[in-house]
Design a protein around this ligand. Sequence first.
Ligand SMILES: [Zn+2]
Length: 463
Amino acid sequence: MTIHKLFAAQALLPGGWAENVLFEVDGGGSFVGVTTNAAPDGAARASGPVLPGMPNLHSHAFQRAMAGLAEHARPGANRGDSFWTWREVMYRFVARLTPEQVEAIAAQLYVEMLESGYTAVGEFHYLHHGADGSPYDDLAEMSRRTIAAAAATGIGITQLPVLYGYGGFGAQKAGEGQRRFLNDPSRLLRIVETLKAAHEGDPQVRVGIAPHSLRAVTPEALDEVVSGLDALDPTAPIHLHIAEQVKEVEDCLAWCGRRPVEWLLEHRAPDARWCLVHATHMSEAETVALAASGVIAGLCPTTEANLGDGLFPAEAYLAAGGRWGIGSDSHISVSPIEDLRWFEYGQRLAWQRRNVLAGEGAEAPVGRRLYTEALAGGAQALGRPIGALAVGRRADLLVLDPDHPGVATLPVERLLDGVIFAGNRNPVRDVMVGGQWVVQEGRHKDAERVQASYVSTVKQLLR
Ligand SMILES: [Zn+2]
């Protein structure tokens, strides 16, 4: 089997920054050698410092095309705009999308992710059916479209078909705007089975599930879909939106007398397979219990800011050893740097202190802590061997631009602080996913073609 080699003068390995690193990648796209203090040995040379590629653990691909459509206050109600009014705009938008359009939008999004340093995505996919709510001949049609966009652009994907059954707690009937999302557990599991069979042995694709939220599934349906998944793949990831909104917490209390995170911890004992997306509104007891459970908190700071959700209790959660990763969710920003920056800035604004997430007495600078914890949490949530430059992991890496003002001037141990907290110029120059270069000199190999198709698609949609 052919082994490809890459030499980096500096690279961020699991133990910290290392010098003169020789990477060896097998024909399947995984690292088979990572040697420090090595000679280049005829290998291609990375033009700047090398970082692991960042997993993006939460995406609704089609929402990329509605970024910018919900940023005006409704006449006479500008103090009442919220997540729930945004959701009405989203439902109107979603009503018109065709499979071809979804694929074109996802391809543009994934090109943007790759160019900004995301090398894997968790696609929390709820748009399953045709415009009138009836399923396509192939139940997995829409899921296949996002996976096809991922394959064409080169990003790794964890496809999470969403179980969406109801319009609110206590099995309330779903609304008209939700008809394209609805499945029961057995139909959802058929989608999972189809996708698993289609991508068996493909190291770039993993399949899990996403019960949408406690308001959209019943406890019985949650049990049924999780045991069905266990029978297909007992380690597959399970993602769930939770406690994003105060109203959701209030509705949950009214339904069962428990807060959403509290209810889930009591009834399902979620573990390291689970990713709880947002978990914004938690009591202190929930925060500590969630941190101890081993789940990943799926945080989307720019989307949570855009939707006016609230702030995740990050300081207490991290202090309790909680694990987490980041996602671009509604894609009003597609940049791991901006999401990591706003994760820390939200805390600075709330507490009127600096370096809140560096941790008590921590020696590592805050940028380094944020980047490395988001790598580990993202890899766990996506259920793929990614997130580290190490033997056995996928060869997903970023080469930073050596001419970027931060990269060119800062000592290597401060590099991630310079990248995350200084300026908006993208420092990512080259991106490799599964051993293949997909971005070189800042540009994805198919960027022009993909963007032309995206622009004509969205123009048609907005006509
Ligand atoms: Zn979401």
